[in-house]
Design a protein around this ligand. Structure first.
Ligand SMILES: NC(=O)c1ccc[n+]([C@@H]2O[C@H](COP(=O)([O-])OP(=O)(O)OC[C@H]3O[C@@H](n4cnc5c(N)ncnc54)[C@H](O)[C@@H]3O)[C@@H](O)[C@H]2O)c1
Length: 347
């Protein structure tokens, strides 16, 4: 068996969230034992049953707050854990400006606590959720891992601070193996329609907003700015299917020991899609023209963010398999079957 095939017991924090739930499915399907934890701050307990239905295997689950070091310690004491994938965090940029302490507490404080507990129990293999948002305004695309980092809000600063903590830790103690994956724009849903993105309140991101327009929960999409220096004037992003992203985590786990220390890897497709192109693709997926209104640019938005995914291909053997049309079809299927998200009996 190669290192990428070995079966391990993996602790997944934020297991019932959007990306965590898809990653649990992927890891279970590959034969790993998965222990999920979440406090349901931004997710539903209904996700647990759905993960089990898709993977046809149970996820071991413990409800806990990752800021609770004693609870984590107890978990590591009771369970043999080989590696950790750390998703649990707060992720809304606007909210992070309004409540920075909650963001530093949940995203940085919890990560510190987790690292302490892992170290005490001799578990030093970690995959960490980072974000392309740490780059802020970029001078050029595509964005490689060594592009300048200029976080522009508390949320992205928490991710950058965590990356630096992880790098320092690996320098101090070479027994650690850590990969920070910088995601571009995760969208889509599991093709079964059972798992998807179900944001609380008004969606911060364009794709779930479009999906809610399509299902009749919102009147129209507000397109913030059509005068950017992009082909149609609207913002360009690198959308990545959440199933591809989940697969990237499994590969990152398998390749953790390939190199010493901390490494950073982009997960993106390398393809840019404008807001109007995304809206057209979603309209095609749901079979009707979706209404939109052009608005002024939104403060803090940038023209284009597109990944250079070369390192992911070389280091992990990972490339994105799903295109934007598939992302829209799967997101629409989830929204159609679950019009008000996991609150529905739905799928
Ligand atoms: N979705 C994106 O656009 C995106 C982009 C880049 C990076 N990320 C990062 O990826 C990770 C997962 O994002 P997601 O989109 O799945 O978000 P999500 O909100 O759907 O999932 C996060 C999960 O963590 C849980 N959680 C939050 N705080 C917790 C705590 N203190 N204790 C236990 N559980 C807690 C939430 O209940 C939720 O289930 C996050 O770290 C996020 O910052 C997301």
């Amino acid at each position: 068996m190669t290192s990428t095939q070995a079966t391990r017991t993996v602790l997944v924090t934020g297991a019932t969230g959007f990306i965590g739930s898809h990653t649990c499915v992927d890891l279970l399907a590959a034969g790993h034992r998965v222990i999920g934890v979440d406090n349901f701050l931004n997710s539903s307990p209904r996700v647990l049953d759905r993960i089990g239905r898709i993977a046809d295997r149970e996820l071991d689950f413990v409800r806990l707050d990752v800021r609770d070091r004693a609870a984590l310690d107890e978990l590591f004491r009771r369970q043999p854990i080989d590696a950790v994938v750390h998703f649990a965090a707060r992720k809304a940029v606007g909210e992070s400006v309004e409540m920075p302490l909650a963001y530093y507490d949940s995203n940085v404080g919890a990560t510190l606590g987790l690292l302490h507990v892992m170290g005490e129990h001799g578990v030093r293999d970690l995959v960490f959720s980072s974000s392309c948002a740490i780059h802020g305004t970029v001078d050029k695309v595509p964005i490689a891992e060594d592009a300048p980092v200029r976080p522009t809000n508390p949320y992205s600063r928490t991710k950058w601070i965590c990356e630096q903590i992880l790098a320092d830790l690996c320098v101090a103690d070479p027994r650690w193996h850590i990969t920070s994956l910088r995601y571009f724009n995760p969208v889509g849903a599991h093709p079964s329609g059972l798992l998807g993105e179900d944001p609380r309140g008004v969606p911060n991101n364009v794709m779930p907003y479009i999906a809610q327009v399509a299902v009749g929960r919102r009147a129209e999409l507000s397109v913030f700015g059509d005068d950017y220096p992009t082909p149609d004037g609207t913002g360009v992003r690198d959308y990545i299917h959440v199933v591809d992203l989940a697969h990237g985590h499994r590969l990152a786990l398998g390749h953790l020991r390939d190199v010493a220390g901390h490494r950073v890897i982009n997960l993106g497709t390398g393809q840019g899609t404008s807001v109007l192109e995304l809206l057209a693709a979603f309209s095609a997926a749901c079979g009707r023209e979706l209404p939109r209104r052009i608005m002024a640019r939104r403060a803090g938005d940038v023209a284009a963010l597109v990944a250079d995914p070369t390192l992911a291909r070389e280091a992990l053997g990972w490339t994105a398999r799903h295109d934007v049309a598939q992302m829209c079809r799967d997101a629409w299927e989830f929204q159609r079957l679950n019009p008000t998200g996991y609150d529905d009996e739905g799928a």
